[in-house]
Write a protein that binds this ligand. Structure first.
Ligand code: 3HC
Ligand code: NAI
Length: 700
């Protein structure tokens, strides 16, 4: 009856099947197909209707590609109204993920059944939106206000069993044969004379909500929303579900959904959604590029990074061996892993049994002979080129042919490391971020000789271990750390020019960064950069490091020593401004002959973020990154850049490249040309009135 929706009657149950790959999103054709099928079912011999999907998942939501385009009939609310007013019972049968508009469709049915592996959720907040098809009105009516708020403001999906406990799923099926089990469930409902349940008929007693509840919830959520507005609008909708009749609540929801869908925040977050998926694709590599089978992994070095990387593999059931210099280092590394898992268990996020399973997958050795037959090795030893080359020479001599040899180096030349082996085609960079078991970003670094199947394997494996991958070519610091240099430098120079650490960090945090640059320095340890600078043959410009050096030399290494740019409360780790540091900054400015002045918030924002954009433009021009969206993904997932601004390159397009270019020229003229030179690509695009997005389209 439709190319994407079929309908047939089986055992007196009308079965509507959506088949619209990849995720059965609610495109116009799907909406129309479901609506027509429900209407057809009203007139035939069926006694109940089952709505289910083919392929990997139940409906995963509205079709995001239709957002921002002229609306096409039938609308989603119109389709749901037809479902909800069906004279025959409608049962949603869920597998995979019922998300957003997909779950809202299920909520408009009379009953919901699901296979045990299914998940349901309302992830709209992650796109800067709210559920716009009744989700904010129906979930609180079924699951209660608190659970609904938690589910909708977090956007996190809920597994079938939990959804069943919450009342959102009526029946968890065996999950062997979805269609047969759903039909049997429908027959059971018909035969037992089950009620024609409609969620809209449930009312919430406003007296059951304690006074001030919503105000308190707003305050609580605002803290983690980092300036995003969708959470606040979601709370208003749930408030309406309590205080207003269903149709009026739906109107509030529709009005606020329309506000959000045109908001710059949602546009940025939708960009991030598609950029993330695009970043996983390597230009010029066909989709069917073969992948190597990765069954066993070895990690060289069980320090800060090695341990976290090992956990990533054990978490998905892949056995991993850690190789260390000696037993003592190995024991220390394994001990840290054990401690990290125990903390997760204590937080109630992992069972003892699962911890034991994961720990059993991680073993240690001090001999390379024990890792001869692994399929992938990731080197995470000290950041020293000679040690890295030595490790790769050894790996080349011991590990089986065909294995992938990866390095987690932050800065070293992957080509040079590859040349230490006789198989440079098997060498690749896998740059994880710290803590590696938590941070989502994986920069995949393509050496000049890296084989295509190595790249496709690593991209696929990255996704398997829960990472978001972005491809970088070889350069000093790859995409992320290379861009960070200018950002960190300006943070430091702003201090010399007259801003305080609190001012710099709070402006960055108000912009939406997870943490300001100086506070990040304190967290990571100021001694790391200090040591790196000491090792440089040429001394860096004192304007870029004089304060940081002085802090380290006075024993202020950051949080670990209780003080850095700030003082830290030993109990809470809360940061406090320190007059001593403010005096030190003044002294150092004087020493360098810098006259301090008041610095505006606008200047701080532009001086911190425009260097990111400018370096990003160079990186694009040099072909280090494939697309501006990839750079955005690196910053969103690796550096705490606010998703509601879409990443530095998307942000640049929103600000306007002409404005960014002009401001960089202004800084060049007022602050000095040594650190402010507009990138040729930025200049070119600004002059042509174009955006980075235009560049991406023109460059395929
Ligand atoms: N609309 C359009 N395309 C979508 C989509 C959607 N809702 N969801 C996924 N896709 C596309 C992706 O862009 C990707 O396309 P590509 O192959 O061309 O890159 C393809 O489907 C596969 O997606 P994934 O790579 O993400 O596949 P996974 O299997 O890893 O994940 C998923 C599947 C969990 C469903 C994940 O895609 C997802 O989370 N999708 C978004 C769900 C969502 O946000 N839904 C709410 C939409 S807003 C809404 O419903 C508003 C309503 O309240 C009115
Ligand atoms: P670390 O000093 O914590 O750990 C290094 C470990 O390697 C030590 O346990 C050491 O005993 C071991 N080791 C040294 N030589 C070895 C050898 N020849 N064989 C086996 N083991 C050996 O260092 P960290 O921080 O884990 O860094 C490792 C690598 O990861 C470096 O290249 C670093 O640049 C990179 N990296 C570090 C990040 C961080 O935030 N710490 C982030 C991303 C990458």
């Amino acid at each position: 009856m439709s190319s994407v929706v079929s309908y047939e009657v089986i055992n007196n149950v009308g079965v509507i099947k959506v088949n619209s790959p990849p995720v059965n999103a609610l495109s116009q054709a799907v909406r129309e197909g479901i609506l027509n099928a429900v209407q057809a079912a009203q007139k035939d011999e069926s006694e109940a209707i089952v709505l289910m999907c083919e392929g990997r998942t139940f409906i995963a939501g509205a079709d995001i590609t239709e957002f921002g385009k002229p609306p096409m009939e039938p609308s989603l609310p119109a389709m749901l109204a037809v479902l909800e007013s069906s004279s025959k019972l409608v049962i949603a049968a869920i597998h995979g993920t019922a998300l957003g508009g997909g779950f809202e469709t299920a909520l408009a049915c009379n009953y919901r059944c699901a296979v045990p592996s299914a998940k349901v959720g309302l992830p709209e907040v992650k796109l800067g939106l709210l559920p716009g098809a009744g989700g904010t009105q129906r979930v609180p009516r079924i699951a209660g206000v608190k659970a609904a708020l938690e589910m909708i403001t977090s956007g996190n999906p809920v597994p079938a069993a939990q959804a069943n406990d919450m009342g959102l799923i009526d029946e968890v099926l065996a999950g062997q044969d979805l269609q047969a089990e759903a039909i049997a469930y429908a027959r059971e409902l018909v035969e037992s004379g089950a009620l024609h349940n409609r969620v809209r008929d449930i009312t919430i007693d406003p007296a059951s909500i304690e006074p001030g509840f919503f105000d308190n919830y707003r305050k609580q959520v605002a803290k983690r929303a980092r300036g995003q507005i969708a959470q606040d609008r979601i709370i208003s909708c749930v408030e309406a579900a309590v205080n207003l009749p269903m149709d009026e609540g739906l109107e509030v929801e529709r009005k606020l959904f329309s506000e959000l869908i045109t908001s710059p925040q949602s546009k940025a977050m939708r960009h991030a959604f598609f950029a993330e998926r695009e970043a996983a694709k390597i230009k010029g590599l066909p989709k069917d590029t073969p992948v190597r089978d990765i069954k066993k992994v070895a990690i060289i070095g069980s320090g800060t990074m090695g341990g976290g990387i090992a956990m990533c593999f054990a978490n998905v059931g892949i056995p991993v061996q850690l190789v260390e210099l000696n037993q003592e280092a190995l024991d220390r590394g394994l001990g840290v892993i054990q401690k990290n898992y125990s903390i997760t268990v204590k937080k109630g996020k992992l069972s003892e049994a699962d911890m034991a399973k994961r720990l059993a997958l991680i073993t240690g050795t001090t001999s390379y002979d024990d890792i001869k037959d692994v399929d992938l090795v990731i080197e995470a030893v000290f950041e020293n080129p000679d040690i890295k080359k030595e490790v790769f020479t050894k790996l080349d001599a011991t590990v089986k042919q065909g294995a992938i040899l990866a390095t987690n180096t932050s800065y070293q030349d992957v080509n040079m490391i590859a040349e230490a082996t006789k198989r440079p085609q098997d060498v690749v960079g896998m740059h994880f971020f710290s803590p590696a078991n938590v941070m989502k970003l994986l920069e995949v670094v393509r050496g000049d000789k890296t084989a295509d199947d190595v790249l496709s394997t690593v991209m696929q494996l990255g996704k398997k271990i829960g990472k978001v991958c972005a491809l970088s070519r070889v350069c000093y610091g790859f995409i992320g750390n290379r861009m960070l240099t200018g950002y960190g430098r300006q943070a430091h120079m702003l201090l010399l020019d007259g801003a305080t650490p609190t001012q710099v960090d709070s402006v960055a945090e108000k912009f939406g960064m997870a943490m300001g640059p100086l506070a990040v320095g304190d967290l990571a340890g100021l001694d790391i950069g200090y040591k790196a600078r000491q090792a440089l043959a040429e001394k860096p410009d004192p304007r870029t490091c004089i304060i940081a050096d002085a802090l380290v030399e006075s024993g202020r290494l950051g949080q670990k020593s209780g003080a850095g740019y700030y003082k830290y409360d030993p109990a809470t780790r809360a940061r406090q401004a320190d007059p001593e540091v403010e005096q030190l900054i003044k002294d150092k400015a004087k020493e360098l002959g810098i006259t301090q002045r008041d610095i505006s918030e606008e200047e701080i924002v532009d001086r911190l973020f425009f260097p990111l954009i400018n370096e990003g433009a160079l990186i694009l021009e040099e072909g280090i990154a494939q697309r501006p969206g990839d750079i955005d993904i690196v910053y969103l997932y690796g550096y705490g850049f606010p998703v509601a601004k879409g990443g530095p390159m998307f942000y640049a397009d929103q600000v306007g490249l002409q404005k960014v270019y002009d401001r960089i020229c202004e800084f060049r003229d007022t602050l000095g040309a040594d650190f402010w030179q507009p990138a040729p690509l930025l200049e070119k695009l600004a002059k042509e009135g174009k955006t980075f997005a235009d560049w991406a389209k023109e460059n395929g």
